[in-house]
Design a protein. Structure first.
Length: 213
C-alpha cells in the first residue's frame, strides 16, 4: 500500500502521541510507586505532616536541574533532643539525603563551601505556631523553642522566598540518628519536594497526614 505524504505525517503524528501518552503514564506510575514506598517505609513511626504549601510556579524539574551536581545545602536552626548545629545539621541532612525516596538529590549540612543563599533548604526546630516560612527563607532572625519541641518547619528557599514548605511532627522520644527521626525527615523531604504538588502527591493546605499509629 502506498501512502501519501500527508497520510504518512498523520500516521507518524499518531504514533508520537501514543508514545508520549505511554511516557506520561509510566511517569505517573513511577510517581505513585515512589509515594507508596515512602509511606510504607514510614509506617509505624507516628510521624505527622501538615501545613503544606507550594509556590504557584513550582517545578520539581527546575530544582533537580539546579542541584543535580552540587546537592542541596541545608541550614538548620534551633535544637532538638539536646543537640544543636553543627551536629544536628549533619543528622538532619543525612536523614534527608540517605532516606529520601523522592527526587534524586543529595543533601548536605550547610558549610561555608556549599552554601547557596538563593537556593537551599532550611529547617527550623520548635517553631512558634505562627512561624512563617518566608521569614525563614529571607534570612530574618527567627527564634525557636517556642512551639512543640517535637515539631520542625522545613522550607525549600528560592531567592529569599519559600518555593515549598511543610511542617512535620517528629515522634516523641525520637533522637537524631535513630530510625524514627530519620523516617520522619524522609517523609517530610518526600512531601517538601513532590513530583506533582497539584496532583495526588500533595497534601491539601492545612491538612494532616498520619503515618503509623
Amino acid at each position: 500500500m502506498i501512502h501519501s505524504t500527508a497520510q504518512i505525517g498523520i500516521l507518524l503524528g499518531g504514533s508520537i502521541r501514543k508514545e508520549i501518552d505511554v511516557i506520561r503514564l509510566t511517569s505517573r506510575i513511577v510517581s505513585l510507586l515512589c509515594a507508596a514506598m515512602i509511606l510504607a517505609s514510614c509506617a509505624g513511626t507516628g510521624a505527622t505532616v501538615y501545613k503544606q504549601s507550594y509556590a504557584a510556579l513550582y517545578r520539581q524539574q527546575e530544582i533537580i536541574a539546579k542541584h543535580y551536581e552540587t546537592g542541596v545545602s541545608v541550614d538548620t536552626i534551633g535544637s532538638f533532643a539536646g543537640m544543636s548545629s553543627p551536629d544536628l545539621g549533619q543528622s538532619v541532612a543525612s536523614a534527608m539525603d540517605q532516606h529520601n525516596e523522592g527526587p534524586p538529590l543529595r543533601f548536605y549540612a550547610r558549610t561555608a563551601d556549599n552554601w547557596d543563599k538563593d537556593h537551599h533548604a532550611a529547617v527550623l526546630f520548635q517553631p512558634a505556631p505562627d512561624a512563617l516560612a518566608f521569614k525563614l527563607c529571607e534570612g530574618t532572625a527567627v527564634s525557636s523553642a517556642k512551639g512543640n519541641p517535637n515539631t520542625a518547619l522545613l522550607a525549600y528557599c528560592r531567592y529569599g522566598k519559600p518555593y515549598s514548605d511543610v511542617w512535620v511532627t517528629i515522634p516523641a522520644g525520637a533522637r537524631p540518628g535513630d530510625t524514627a527521626f530519620e523516617d520522619a525527615f524522609a517523609l517530610a523531604t518526600r512531601l517538601l519536594l513532590p513530583v506533582n504538588p497539584e496532583g495526588r502527591d500533595r497534601c491539601d493546605f492545612n491538612c494532616q497526614q498520619m503515618i503509623g499509629n
